[in-house]
Design a protein around this ligand. Structure first.
Ligand SMILES: [Zn+2]
Length: 397
């Protein structure tokens, strides 16, 4: 074997490119997973998540969220409740996942998966990342879509033309990873962009300062062209970053998940503490759901309607491939639904029965009881709630 140098993109410092990509759970999350399991934090988080899903479907009944986890996938007729000994948790399969960004279950999960994949790729680029935050001025009574349009128009103009080509060449920029986030505060809707600029060279402090000055000026001009205002002091923030910054980009997702695979028991801190700069999108939905804050529900709806069809974490063309990312990142995203050989089928129930479980608001409890791998207890629980069920027609797994 040679020197083991992979990729050969001419990276400064002989950094091998990440051809050994693997989606792994960061160690601290593993530790958290086992320590809080007993506290019931996971169960609490799951109850909240399904409550959020129910209220999102109530606020926006014509969206795909309405079907999520509620209806069986085409071609199947039973909802299977399984126990996974490998993960020591319940799995409920054959259900539709809406995979929309607005869904309080699918959205954060998918964003986090994507974020972890990027994080893994970018950890091979220490000192070559910079984190840029772009904002535009907005006012209390503005519509969300009006502020969003200004922000995105300015952003589109920002990264184009001669200026962009010059900037790329000067700072060896390979591409951008952009996260679109929204908070809601005293001055109204605050959509903003966190952008990771990936360079093929290091970002010395002096360069960061120079680049910041150039970017802040350019951003102010582009926002003006888009009909808005951004101050030189506050419009753009720019600093050296590392792969951990990706976690910052997907922080909301991680905090709100609290129950799926990778961050199984991450806390739901997002709902408990106030955040600088107002409430996050999920916090709005949480306040509607748990504090009967109807205005928060309306704000959530206005934001999610405005974001419909937009990718919230996207990269510039070719960046993933240029960094040696694997071809099929999509396949990773539904990993947690795959059935493994060791899974134990506890019960199959009909679509009608499953909808009754939703109506009685006991979806989370079904997960909790199934996680004990006790089919009899599960049947008793359903019977006690007036739900009949059919036994599996034949051994499936
Ligand atoms: Zn969903």
């Amino acid at each position: 074997m040679g020197t083991g140098q992979l990729g050969g993109s001419g990276a400064v410092g002989g950094q091998a490119l990440g051809n050994t990509y693997k989606l792994t759970v960061p160690p601290q999350q593993e530790a958290q997973k086992t320590s809080v399991k007993k506290d019931g934090v996971a169960n609490e988080a799951r109850r909240k998540r399904f409550a959020l899903l129910a209220s999102a479907a109530r606020i926006w009944p014509e969206s795909a969220i309405k079907k999520c986890f509620r209806f069986v996938t085409p071609g199947t007729s039973y909802v299977d409740i399984l126990y996974s000994p490998v993960e020591d948790r319940a799995r409920i399969t054959n259900l539709i996942r809406c995979n929309t960004g607005a869904c309080p279950v699918c959205g954060p999960y998918n964003r986090l998966q994507k974020g972890l994949a990027w994080s893994s790729i970018l950890s091979d680029k220490p000192n070559k990342l910079a984190l840029l935050t772009l904002t535009v001025e907005h006012h209390k009574n503005e519509r969300f879509t009006a502020v969003l349009a200004r922000l995105l128009e300015a952003n589109k103009r920002m990264w184009s033309g001669r200026w962009w080509n010059g900037f790329k060449a000067e700072f060896f920029i390979e591409g951008r990873l952009t996260s679109l986030e929204v908070t809601d505060g005293d001055n109204g809707f605050h959509p903003h962009l966190h952008i990771i600029l990936v360079s093929d060279a290091r970002w010395p402090d002096s360069d960061v300062a120079i680049a910041w000055a150039i970017i802040a000026k350019r951003w102010q001009r582009m926002v003006a062209k888009a009909g808005g205002f951004a101050s030189i002091e506050n419009g753009a923030d720019f600093r050296a970053a590392d792969a951990g910054s990706i976690e910052y980009l997907t922080k909301d997702a991680g905090e709100s998940l609290g129950g799926w695979g990778l961050v199984e028991e991450a806390t739901l801190g997002d709902y408990k503490k106030g955040r600088r700069g107002g409430r996050s999108i999920l916090q709005l939905l949480g306040d509607y759901t748990f504090k009967q804050d109807h205005n928060a529900g309306r704000r959530w709806y206005e934001i999610e309607r405005g974001l419909k069809g937009r990718s919230r974490l996207r990269s510039s063309n070719g960046l993933w491939e240029a960094l040696g990312g694997p071809e099929h990142i999509q396949a990773q995203e539904s990993e947690f639904l795959d059935i493994t050989e060791s899974d134990v089928l506890l019960l199959s129930i009909s679509q009608t029965d499953w909808l009754q479980i939703w109506d009685k608001k006991i979806v989370a409890q079904v997960y909790e009881i199934a996680a004990k791998n006790d089919a009899q207890a599960l049947m008793n629980f359903l019977l006690a709630n007036g739900i009949t069920f059919s036994l599996p027609p034949y051994p499936k797994y």
